[in-house]
Write a new protein. Structure first.
Length: 226
């Protein structure tokens, strides 16, 4: 996909593509060969007309009355997202969260390979996490450069997040995934994505609160904050 075409595609479309991809992976695993936009819409809670509009940004997919070829559309979306080849990741932080990320098989299934893990704790350095030896954070720039790593993942305490980001930027990564609650600043040349689980839960909680009546204690708690 050319840069000019990418610039014309709404951000919302790009955000929905991984959702479609995840469903297609499951459908193929279940032995499904075709899927309609109506079925995709039912599973993803996205309007079928929106799904069709999203996909027309990238070409003509599917046949009227038949639907989309599951494997074909899956391959096309992987190509659009750049997930049709492997990407090396550097993980900074070997605590509970870092260990969970390193052991998550879903990353490898989508072409993401954690190539190096770093930590500042001397009690962790030298130990293994998944199939990798934890390296001292002082080796980060050299290893990232030597292995051609372009994506960094931050899973450290919030107070150490900016320092980790600075090291990753200095090492030459182009994308940083920040799993902390800290507000991290990076140059315009680096893409930063924040994935704080608390933020995601609060976002979901808003919709839950629309369907569940508030208890009197919750109302009092809100009132006390005013």
């Amino acid at each position: 996909m050319s840069d000019s075409l990418h610039d014309r595609i709404p951000e919302g479309v790009i955000e929905r593509l991984p959702l479609y991809l995840g469903v297609l992976v499951q459908l193929r695993h279940d032995g499904e060969s075709t899927v309609s936009s109506a079925r995709l819409g039912e599973i993803t809670s996205v309007n079928p007309a929106q799904i069709r509009r999203d996909l027309t940004h990238f070409g003509s997919f599917g046949k009227r009355g038949v639907g989309y070829d599951v494997s074909g559309l899956l391959d096309q979306i992987q190509r659009i997202l750049g997930a049709d080849h492997t990407h090396r990741l550097a993980l900074v932080g070997a605590g509970n969260l870092g260990s969970a990320i390193a052991g998550y098989d879903g990353l490898r299934h989508h072409g993401f390979i954690i190539s190096a893990v770093f930590d500042t704790d001397p009690n962790k350095v030298g130990r293994r996490i998944s199939d990798l030896v934890i390296r001292p954070v002082g080796d980060l720039e050299r290893i990232v450069s030597d292995q051609g790593i372009s994506i960094g993942v931050i899973a450290v305490p919030s107070a150490a997040a900016q320092e980790a980001a600075d090291r990753l930027v200095h090492a030459g990564v182009r994308i940083i995934l920040n799993y902390t609650t800290a507000i991290v600043r990076v140059p315009d040349t680096v893409t930063l994505h924040n994935t704080d689980p608390v933020h995601e839960l609060l976002h979901t909680l808003y919709y839950l609160s629309k369907t569940e009546p508030r208890s009197s204690s919750a109302q009092l708690a809100v009132a006390s904050m005013r």
